[in-house]
Design a binder for this molecule. Sequence first.
Ligand SMILES: Cc1cc2nc3c(=O)[nH]c(=O)nc-3n(C[C@H](O)[C@H](O)[C@H](O)COP(=O)(O)OP(=O)(O)OC[C@H]3O[C@@H](n4cnc5c(N)ncnc54)[C@H](O)[C@@H]3O)c2cc1C
Length: 452
Amino acid sequence: MHVVIAGAGPAGFATAKWLNDRGYQVTLLEKRDVPGGKVSAWRDPDGDWVESGLHVFFGAYHNLLDFLAEVDLADSFDWKPAEMIFALKGGKYASIEFVEGLPAPLNGLMGVAKSELMTWGEKLRMGRGLIKPIFGSQAYLDQQANITYKEWHLANGMGQSTIDKVMDAMALALNFQKCDTVSAKLVLTALLHFAKETNAPKMGLVKGSPQERLWDPLMARLQSKGVNIRFNSKVVDFLHDEAANKVNGVRLENGEEIHADLVVSAMPVHSLRKVLPASMRKHAVLDNLKYLKGQPVITVQLHFDQFVTDVNNLIFSSGTHISVYADLTRVSPDYHQGRGSIIELVVAPAEELMRRSDAEVIETVLTEFGELHPLARTSKLLKSHVVRIPNSVYSARPGVEQYRPDQATPITNFFLTGDYTQQEFMASIEGSIRSARRVIERIDQAKANGIL
Ligand SMILES: Cc1cc2nc3c(=O)[nH]c(=O)nc-3n(C[C@H](O)[C@H](O)[C@H](O)COP(=O)(O)OP(=O)(O)OC[C@H]3O[C@@H](n4cnc5c(N)ncnc54)[C@H](O)[C@@H]3O)c2cc1C
């Protein structure tokens, strides 16, 4: 059986691997000239890596960690202490440190208690307010899908000050939007994982560029097993046979048709929407994808002539545009030999900055960064990169959860994978690998039932 998978991001790669294992003939199509989707990297004219975004992996990412172990890439991460470090103005830091040796949720609650970020009143209200989700069920979380995190937080006795100091930074890191617009379910899901599993908050960063550390070795492995990976191959249409209720393959931008017994979309939802013909959108589940919008985000890389931080971990900031960042020369061994800091920042909320020029984005980011890290003000900025992603992960706003589709569709041989599809994790790499596992389960089921 020949399967075409559209999209070589994490979900597309995992689906390709597992279908290849099952004996399918796999063609993996990618519209860009680089693999990895939102976890991609490419070289600038000097040969330095530019990344689509700073990526953090957690101990809770079991689907991803198992997948990487399967393909001999378990050693791709440098694990860091489980700690949320906040940069404060003037080069100071404050943190919430998950206390080692204590089981969850005590490690986190004790971390909050010991943190100098909040007053005792705020800590007590936070501890009391978080009891419900910590000991709550999935059903409780599901009920919070239609309100914002801010509404949930205030309704549960916690104040605006803890949103400003901690929770906005967390919401921005998770979905690139603040607590007043993000769904309560998304933030509570992350908190619940941390509260239920002692190792969940352990954080890892890729040891170097995702291209060299993840995708190059993974592609070599898949290609050696016969997977056909094609770049610059943008899918623009599905060959839908409405009468037979199936898809016969895909059409590429250059007009080429690729026929297949099975088609899996591993594209982000906004790209899939553009490709779906009207005949397929007659199915409500596919038409409803219009309610899933992409969240804008900008990645900025700043190369300095000196080292401007000494933190070997992720850094958060509150009340700025630079929600989370890291000094690659400190956190990733492949970058250690740098001449000065390479700071990679996630810029969010990005709606307003998205309309400004690169020079204006850099000016805003540099000013805010300089207030947090005064050494940057006396250092020379050697070069910078601005990567704009107008539609990144799906925007987890209240009310949209119901439109996340299952991996099986009403069209018998057409399946979906990707972080926006139904799975227990949010829009994350773990979510994308989990969705790939689920699409395999659906395909296996359809085969066992004689549908395929
Ligand atoms: C700045 C940033 C930081 C992030 N940080 C983290 C983090 O720290 N931790 C975490 O867990 N997650 C993080 N994420 C989220 C994570 O990157 C995504 O959840 C994950 O990449 C989703 O994988 P995917 O395979 O579903 O989709 P994608 O990664 O989007 O891959 C989809 C692929 O489909 C291709 N495609 C699109 N249209 C077509 C077409 N017509 N034909 C063929 N191919 C097509 C795309 O080019 C892409 O390669 C971050 C995302 C961003 C943008």
